[in-house]
Design a binder for this molecule. Structure first.
Ligand code: ATP
Length: 489
């Protein structure tokens, strides 16, 4: 195991399979090679894992890091030298010229504690707490023909165009789409933070288009936590009660009970007297959720709620938030860049592009039956291959369009030719071990190449080597054909 006390790690590497990890407090630059997984923890409590896929595009600033270049360790910095109840400030990097070296933490094996999950996903939710918070029935939300035009120095800019959407009561709906496609603007119009330029917003058939944000009963949670640093966690959670319609309606005792209940719900009962900088990102986000729920909102709006969190915490919080949302039966709309997050969490998915809804439906349906090249590209990162190539012709797929999109997971690989199946021979030309996944590239004999990834477990069951001959089957029902214009749209 490589241990380092503090430093700046940067990754470089032209191949996505391997990267150079350099850290000023490593005694030397460490080579991160294919198949290895570097696990990085921050002294602010969290461990995250990194796969070599991100090597070429990420630079990570971290303190008190430790890493295991061989894989499965998930551990975190224990901070054993800290005085109890105080948080050690992360060391500044690079250190000032006159930095006292004794300030830097020496992380030893004893400092590395077993990984503790962010939340207990199996914890029973207190029924009485749930009942109190979920006292209102779930709300249906409808937006009808909504436009948003911003006035900019270049003139009018229409960023939401004739959007209509119905969110069923109690549903968890994900708005996905590329940056700038209008997701946040729509969320803000639903919240009442932004007026609509045209169209209507209804909650349960009540027209709220011109109702101000305070009177819409909406809870928000943003990527940036937006907690007040100089207020305790408990005061942050109580804050919403003092600014909403409920101001003055609760006694101090009732407020304390509500805050205690909410902190228990987000598993932070012990943290009420701490300040936000003394919490990890995941904990801060749970405080933000408790604060959003404090006013018993009819609707929860989450804008990139896990965007600032590392991969491990994000994954845990996704499952937990979904469970909580269902238990509270609160209609929730969330914006995310992360297709996997939307596919995993949402009951219903809405794909945005250039201010319009391109497709909506249950995630599985959107994934299985994308209605455009854009949606298919955005959701599943497919291969684009010529419709005339051998692999497509052999599969029995017929089209007059020039391109076929093949999702990486829609390929079946055989080691030997199958006489009863329309397979096509190809050669493995690259195998990149990306930690949890293995990315492979194959080349058909007519020079068409395809990329696909496999979960590491599957790959271990069916390994592939560079130069190996394989036979691949493309399933015609899963192929989609598109014109050049479709691909550019
Ligand atoms: N107040 C504003 N004035 C002018 N233009 C704005 C304003 N707010 C947003 N925009 C523009 O509206 C477009 C849509 O922005 P929006 O934030 O809704 O997109 P998004 O899909 O949520 O993107 P991201 O995922 O990056 O947040 C962008 O081009 C943005 O620059």
């Amino acid at each position: 195991m490589a241990l380092a006390s503090a430093g700046h790690i940067s990754f470089t590497g032209s191949s996505p399979a391997a990267g150079l990890c350099s850290c000023s407090s490593f005694s030397e630059t460490s080579q991160v090679t294919a198949g290895e997984c570097l696990i990085i923890g921050k002294s602010s409590v969290r461990a995250s894992h990194w796969t070599s896929q991100s090597a070429s595009r990420r630079s990570v600033q971290c303190n008190g890091i430790f890493s295991d270049l061989k894989g499965n360790l998930l551990s975190k910095f224990k901070g054993g030298k800290r005085e109890s109840g105080t948080r050690k400030q992360p060391p500044i990097w690079p250190p000032p010229e006159d930095a006292d070296e004794s300030d830097q933490e020496d992380v030893t094996d004893e400092d590395v504690a077993p990984y503790v999950p962010e939340v207990n996903k199996d914890a029973e939710l207190d029924e009485s707490v749930l009942k109190e918070i979920a006292s209102k029935g779930a709300t249906e939300v409808r937006v009808v023909d909504v436009d948003k035009v911003f006035l900019t120095s270049q003139g009018e800019k229409k960023v939401v165009r004739g959007v209509s959407l119905r969110v069923e009561a109690g549903q968890l709906v994900a708005l996905v789409g590329p940056s700038g496609s209008g997701k946040t603007t729509l969320l803000r119009m639903i919240a009442g933070l932004e007026p609509t330029s045209a169209g209507k917003v209804y909650f349960n058939d009540e027209d709220l288009t011109n109702v101000c944000v305070q009177d819409r009963d909406v809870g928000f949670m943003f990527q940036s936590y937006a907690l007040f640093k100089h207020m305790t966690v408990a005061a942050n959670v109580a804050y919403g009660l003092s600014t909403s319609k409920r101001k003055g309606t609760l006694t101090p005792g009732q407020i304390k009970k509500r805050v205690d209940d909410l902190l228990s719900l987000v598993q932070l009962s012990e943290y009420g007297e701490r300040y936000p900088p003394q919490l990890s990102g995941g904990q801060r986000q749970r405080v933000a959720l408790a604060r959003a729920l404090a006013t018993e909102p009819r609707l929860l709006l989450l804008d990139e709620p896990f965007g600032a969190l590392d991969v491990v915490v994000r994954q845990e919080l996704r499952t937990w938030v979904k469970k909580l949302q269902k238990a509270l039966n609160i209609t929730t709309i969330f914006v995310t860049h992360d297709q996997d997050e939307a596919l995993e969490m949402a009951d219903y998915m809405v794909v945005f592009h250039r201010g319009r809804i391109l497709q909506e439906g249950p995630p599985f349906e959107v994934y299985e039956r994308p209605n455009s090249a854009f949606v298919m590209n955005f959701i599943s990162d497919p291969n684009v291959i010529p419709a005339t190539c051998l692999a497509v012709r052999r599969s029995g797929f017929r089209t007059t369009k020039p391109y076929v999109l093949v999702r990486p997971d829609d390929l079946t690989i055989f080691y030997e030719e199958k006489l009863d199946l329309p397979t096509t021979p190809a050669t493995v030309i690259e195998v990149n071990n990306m930690g949890p996944e293995v990315l492979c590239e194959i080349k058909y004999d007519d020079d068409v190449t395809l990329e696909f990834n496999r979960q590491r477990y599957d790959f271990e069951e069916q390994p592939l080597e560079v130069g190996q001959r394989v036979h691949l089957q493309l399933k015609p029902l899963l192929l989609k054909a598109f014109s050049e214009e479709d691909l550019k749209a």
